[in-house]
Design a protein around this ligand. Structure first.
Ligand code: AMP
Length: 223
């Protein structure tokens, strides 16, 4: 399976990625996770990305494209396929991805677009807590961990991302609308877009995605 999860910040991309990777076994490539890890490790990449991330702005295309290129070229990723989460976020990134997949002689199967209203996003992100270890995501009200501050899956520490403060959330939403939303039309025109109502429960959204993916892969198999 080779797919993209598209949608505004807080649409549930990371949460759904968790389920999909378990089901299909593809490689989960979250550019946000990689950049955050680099930032925490204070590596060269992290230092380059920090100022943009803290402001809720996009890290320059060349940096992110280089990072994705390196991962997708890896022979083990080529074998199992991938789920891109948080990439591409600009038209330049989408075009670079097309070129890279051409080089690798690979095709995307689907671009799943999680549709969520801005008001829901602010509510979700302000109360989001993320595991430092496995990156699982919780919501203090709708999906709280069994023990406060501790991840249900791996026992890791839960924390609030520095860009999940209200002012930065609004900035990120604005950046999404200006720079990432045009990708919806881009992938629709390529016949790859699958729209999913992301306002429902985690389980309902997950079922809806799986159902659509199964229909798509059946079609591929029959063709
Ligand atoms: P995320 O975890 O996907 O919400 O990403 C967190 C932050 O990392 C974003 O607000 C950006 O600053 C940066 N980032 C992640 N993915 C990308 C990307 N594809 N292009 C540019 N910046 C990115």
């Amino acid at each position: 399976m080779r797919m993209i999860l598209l949608g505004p910040p807080g649409a549930g991309k990371g949460t759904q990625a968790h389920y999909l990777v378990e089901k299909y076994g593809m490689y989960h490539l979250s550019t946000g996770d990689i950049l955050r890890e680099a930032k925490e490790a204070d590596s060269e990449l992290g230092r380059q990305a920090k100022a943009y991330m803290d402001k809720g702005e996009l890290v320059p295309d060349e940096i992110v494209i280089g990072l994705v290129r390196e991962k997708l070229q890896d022979p083990s990723v080529r074998l199992v396929g991938f789920l891109l989460d948080g990439f591409p976020r600009t038209l330049a990134q989408a075009k670079a991805l097309d070129e890279l997949l051409d080089e690798l002689d690979q095709e995307l199967v689907a671009v799943v677009n999680l549709e969520v209203q801005p008001v829901t996003i602010v509510e979700r992100l302000a109360k989001r807590r993320v595991c430092r270890e496995c990156k699982a995501s919780f919501h203090l009200e709708f999906n709280p961990p069994e023990t406060e501050g501790i991840c249900d899956y791996c026992g890791g520490e839960l924390y609030q991302r520095s860009d999940d403060q209200e002012e930065t959330i609004l900035r990120r939403l604005n950046v999404y609308q200006q720079q990432t939303e045009p990708l919806i039309t881009y992938y629709d025109q390529k016949g790859l877009l699958v729209n999913i109502d992301g306002e429902r429960s985690v389980e309902e959204v997950s079922e809806a995605i799986t159902k659509q993916l199964e229909e798509l892969t059946d079609k591929h198999d029959c063709a």
